[in-house]
Design a binder for this molecule. Structure first.
Ligand SMILES: Cc1ncc(COP(=O)(O)O)c(C=O)c1O
Length: 374
């Protein structure tokens, strides 16, 4: 692991605990973007090679999620994939209810609310004070529910939902389960056949060490052909080379949720990021993340401070309660400790490339500014 850590220049001079916001840049990822730029500089257009990168990324993403390549759409953002998915849904019948949650990232909640004009009935499950989020979801899902939409891990407080259990109850009522897994994938094993999500989305720029402008969406194979988006484009066609203007023939695969020219530099970076994770191994990455988050939990408890996560299951990110989140992030930044904040709390998010020395540095800086914590 220390070999891999050496390849993250940022980690040589900062205590970077902000991967929930953006992953640290690894040298191979940086070099891969330069490969793209060199191609452009020397050859101009290399479309065949560039489009091949799209398929390489699709294949590696499928492998990471335990999915088939045909079940993966590569999209410009989680938002773009989510919009394409939601465009397929029909809210005109009796099943017009969507259960989303108070843990949602704004983008998913906002997209659901935008569907009210199309007849959707949006119910937000209040999970923040729930001891058992599953029972709250359980109480809201009925025979009118078309979709249940949950994040795997809440971006504000780090709480982790038990997706497999939620999937069982959602499916028993005949509804679909859509999971925003952005804050989880890369830090824990994520196997769609274990989770049983119908749709699962995320991006590459955080724990997958890629870059912005590229995201992924898994759609279960049995569902793909039943979902016909009203968003489309030439990269979404069954035959990308058809260049037809008389019709729209969506791909039989999850490519139907794509649209136009992908961010080629981003594809290179995201492939390289997945390669770094594969080199580490997801299980080993998960073990290191768990070890470091356990150290953080223990350190917080020992000092009498409080985590917004409480005793609940959590992901790689922990949210520390404080008196002034902006001031604390700034003061920690001055000490060389990079974290971020949301919802009144400071978010601390280690990845496998962090080590115990980073956690020691974190607590040293927190101790120094404990007036914002005690
Ligand atoms: C949980 C979660 N969902 C969605 C998003 C937004 O993704 P995108 O900007 O790719 O649409 C983020 C970004 O931080 C996120 O953390």
């Amino acid at each position: 692991m220390s070999d891999i850590r050496q390849r993250f220049p940022l980690l040589q001079h900062k205590t970077y605990l902000n991967s929930c916001s953006y992953g640290a840049l690894e040298e191979g990822v940086e070099a891969s973007i330069l490969t793209y730029l060199r191609d452009r500089r020397e050859h101009g257009a290399c479309w065949e090679k560039w489009v091949a990168q799209l398929e390489i990324l699709r294949g590696k993403t499928a492998e990471l999620l335990g999915a088939d390549a045909d079940e993966i759409a590569i999209v410009p953002s989680l938002t773009a994939g989510f919009n394409a998915l939601v465009s397929c849904l029909d809210f005109s019948g009796k099943r017009n209810k969507v259960v989303a949650t108070s843990f949602d990232f704004p983008t998913t909640a906002q997209i659901w609310h935008a569907q009210k004009r199309r007849g959707a009935d949006i119910v937000m499950a209040p999970l923040d004070d729930a001891a058992d989020p599953r029972s709250v979801v359980d109480s809201l899902v009925d025979e009118r529910t078309l979709v249940v939409s949950v994040p795997w891990i809440c971006y504000r407080n780090g709480r982790r939902l038990d997706i497999a259990t939620i999937a069982k109850l959602v499916h028993s009522r005949g509804a679909l389960l859509v999971v925003d897994a952005y804050q989880g994938v890369g830090t824990m094993p994520c196997d769609v056949s274990v989770m049983q999500a119908d749709v699962l989305l995320g991006g590459y720029l955080k724990y997958l060490m890629g870059t912005a402008g590229v995201a992924y969406m898994y759609v279960k194979s049995s569902l793909v052909k039943t979902l016909e988006p009203t968003t489309s484009g030439w990269f979404a066609q069954e035959n990308v080379h058809a260049m037809a203007i008389a019709e729209n023939v969506p791909a039989a695969s999850a490519r139907r949720f794509e649209g136009g020219t992908p961010d080629v530099a981003g594809l290179y970076a995201c492939i390289a990021g997945l390669d770094v994770l594969a080199e580490m191994g997801v299980d080993a990455a998960a073990r290191q993340v768990r070890h470091l988050t356990e150290l953080i939990c223990a350190g917080v408890l020992e000092r009498g401070w409080e985590l917004a996560t409480g005793d609940h299951p959590h992901g790689a990110m922990l949210a520390l309660r404080c008196h002034d989140m902006v001031a604390l992030v700034e003061r920690l930044g001055d000490e060389g400790v990079v974290v971020s904040c949301r919802d009144g709390n400071v978010r601390i998010s280690p990845h496998f490339y962090n080590n115990e020395a980073d956690i020691t540095a974190l607590f040293k800086a927190l101790e120094k500014h404990r007036d914002l914590l005690d």
